[in-house]
Ligand binder design. Structure first.
Ligand SMILES: Cc1cc2nc3c(=O)[nH]c(=O)nc-3n(C[C@H](O)[C@H](O)[C@H](O)COP(=O)(O)O)c2cc1C
Length: 132
């Protein structure tokens, strides 16, 4: 497989733009679900009312392209990619965009402090809690 077609993932955190209502997340998720399915992208979007955390997985080419597009979206600010790299197998097979909201705003504040493998490990804990 060429690198462009390898399975890849990215994880970022960002903050809702000050001029945006929290309800915009429904619009974003509705559109993203359809779009991601057509791109072979799966992943999870977490929202705590103010901060976003999103993991995207798919081919390297699609993940990097989509991450750049999302980074330039004025509906959020301060996009910080905590980790991106090759992935052995999908974490969210079957979900073009799983979505969850968390009530405890400390969760994403803590995640934002981490990067690389530590960020992915914290994300995995968050993911496991969501399935309970
Ligand atoms: C927090 C956040 C998450 C987003 N996630 C996705 C996504 O998973 N997939 C997607 O296509 N667009 C996502 N978007 C929207 C993109 O930034 C962009 O508006 C969209 O891809 C453009 O789609 P279009 O080319 O059909 O207009 C997200 C935007 C924000 C603010």
């Amino acid at each position: 497989m060429t690198p462009a077609h390898s399975l890849y993932e990215a994880l970022y955190v960002s903050t809702l733009a000050p001029d945006q209502p929290a309800s915009v997340v429904a619009e974003i998720a509705g559109h993203a679900r359809v779009k991601n399915a057509s791109l072979g992208i799966t992943g999870l979007l977490v929202f705590d009312g103010m901060r976003f955390c999103q993991q995207l997985e798919g081919t390297q080419k699609q993940v990097l392209k989509l991450t750049e597009r999302i980074r330039n979206d004025p509906r959020h600010t301060g996009v910080e990619v905590l980790h991106h790299g090759l992935l052995a197998e999908r974490r969210f097979r079957g979900f073009s965009l799983a979505f969850t909201s968390v009530d405890d705003t400390e969760v994403l504040v803590r995640l934002e402090q981490l990067d690389g493998e530590a960020a992915m490990a914290a994300f995995e804990v968050l993911r496991a809690e969501l399935h309970r």
